[in-house]
Ligand binder design. Structure first.
Ligand code: TXA
Ligand code: MG
Length: 318
C-alpha cells in the first residue's frame, strides 16, 4: 500500500526515501506535490519519467524558509517584501540562481532562474525537515491530467511510480501557487493561483505586470523561449563525430573518435541519460569543439523529453 497516513513515523520514512533518490507524493496547502531531492539529478529525472512530461518544464523548489531560499537564489528587495508577506504560503518567486546553488540543472530545465516557495502545510514542512533537502515538486498528476487535491488522486495517477503517498486529506486551496517573477523592481505575474493579484498589488502599492506586458520575460511558464542552448552547433542522430566535433554518446555501441566524448548512459538507461543531459551539453560546449554530434536517443518514455530538449538545442537561432 503506497498511501499512508501522514504521521511522524511515515514522514520520517518518506524523508529516508527522498534521500535515497525515490519519489514521494505529499500534501501542500495548494495541491499534492510529487517530490524529489532537488540536488539529485537522477531523482529529478524520475519526476519527468513518472509524470510522462514530454518536455523538461522547470520545476518549483520547496524550502522551509527565507534563509534556506538564500542558499539557492539571489533575493531582490522586491522578493524579500513578497516572501516576508506571504511565506510560508502559496506564492512562488522566480529569481536568479546564485553562484553557490547546488540544485540539479534538470530542476530549472537548464535556465539560470529558479522558481522557489516555502509551503504552508505541516506535513510538507515536516517532510522537508525529515529529508533535509530542498524538494523539487510539480503537482502529483500525470502530464495533462488535473492537479490532485487528495491523496487518492495522486495514487490513481502515480501510485506505481512513488515510494509513498503521504495522506493528510484534502488540500486547503485546491489551486496551485501564484507565480511571480521578482527578479526586477516590478513584479511580473507568470501564473495566477491561490494568492490573488489584488492582495499583492495592495501590499506593493503598485500594479503587478502581466507576463505579456513585460517585454522579454517568458510569456507563460512552460513556454520559456530562453532555455539554455549551447553556443556551438548541435547535430542530431549522429553515427560518428566528424573532425572538430565533440560526441555526445548514448548506449554501449559508441563509434571511435579523436575528439571529446561524453556518454549520457553507457547502459542505455534513459533516466540516467536525462540526469546527465544538461551538464553534458555544458561540458561539451566548453570543450573547444566546433560542434556537438549527438547519437540517436530512443524517444520512448522520458526519451521524448530528452529529444525535445536536443531538438531545441539543435534548432537554428539568431
Ligand atoms: O502549488 C504549486 O505550485 C504546486 C505545489 C506542489 O507546490 N506545484 C506546481 O508545480 O504547480 P508545477 O510543476 O505543476 O508547475 C510549476 C510551474 C510550471 O508552469 C513551470 O513552467 C513554472 O512553474 N516554472 C518553474 N520554474 C520556472 C522558472 N524558472 N521560470 C518561470 N517559470 C517557472
Ligand atoms: Mg501542474
Amino acid at each position: 500500500m503506497v498511501v499512508v497516513k501522514a504521521e511522524q513515523q511515515a514522514i520520517e520514512e518518506a524523508g529516508r526515501q527522498l534521500r535515497a533518490g525515490a519519489l514521494v507524493a505529499f500534501p501542500t496547502e495548494t495541491v499534492y506535490g510529487l517530490g524529489a531531492d532537488a540536488t539529485n539529478s537522477v531523482a529529478v529525472a524520475r519526476i519527468f519519467a513518472a509524470k510522462g512530461r514530454p518536455r523538461f518544464n522547470p520545476l518549483i523548489v520547496h524550502v522551509p524558509d527565507l534563509d534556506a531560499a538564500r542558499a539557492h537564489v539571489e533575493m531582490t528587495p522586491l522578493a524579500l517584501r513578497l516572501a516576508e508577506a506571504y511565506w510560508p504560503g502559496p506564492l512562488t518567486l522566480v529569481l536568479d540562481k546564485n553562484p553557490s546553488c547546488d540544485l540539479s540543472d534538470l530542476v530549472t530545465g537548464g535556465l539560470d532562474t529558479i522558481a522557489i516557495r516555502s509551503p504552508d502545510h505541516p506535513v510538507a514542512r515536516a517532510l522537508m525537515q525529515a529529508a533535509g533537502r530542498p524538494l523539487a515538486a510539480p503537482s502529483a498528476n500525470r502530464s495533462g491530467h488535473v492537479s490532485p487535491t487528495q491523496a487518492a488522486h495522486a495514487e490513481a495517477d502515480l501510485g506505481d511510480k512513488v515510494a509513498m503517498v503521504l495522506d493528510a486529506g484534502a488540500t486547503a486551496h485546491g489551486l496551485e501557487s501564484t507565480i511571480v517573477d521578482a527578479r526586477g523592481s516590478q513584479a511580473v505575474l507568470l501564473r495566477p493561483g491561490a494568492i490573488d493579484i489584488d492582495s499583492i498589488e495592495a501590499l506593493l502599492g503598485e500594479k503587478v505586470l502581466r507576463a505579456d506586458q513585460a517585454g522579454e520575460r517568458p510569456s507563460a511558464p512552460g513556454q520559456l523561449a530562453s532555455h539554455y542552448a549551447p553556443r556551438v552547433g548541435v547535430r542530431l542522430n549522429a553515427t560518428e563525430a566528424r573532425p572538430g566535433e565533440a560526441l555526445l554518446a548514448f548506449g554501449a555501441d559508441v563509434p571511435a573518435t579523436a575528439g571529446p566524448v561524453l556518454n549520457l548512459s553507457p547502459a542505455g538507461d534513459l533516466i540516467e541519460a536525462a540526469a546527465n543531459l544538461f551538464a553534458a551539453l555544458r561540458t561539451l560546449d566548453a570543450s573547444g569543439a566546433q560542434a556537438i554530434a549527438v547519437m540517436k536517443i530512443p524517444a520512448d518514455g522520458i526519451g521524448e523529453a530528452i529529444n525535445d530538449r536536443l531538438q531545441r538545442a539543435a534548432a537554428p537561432r539568431g
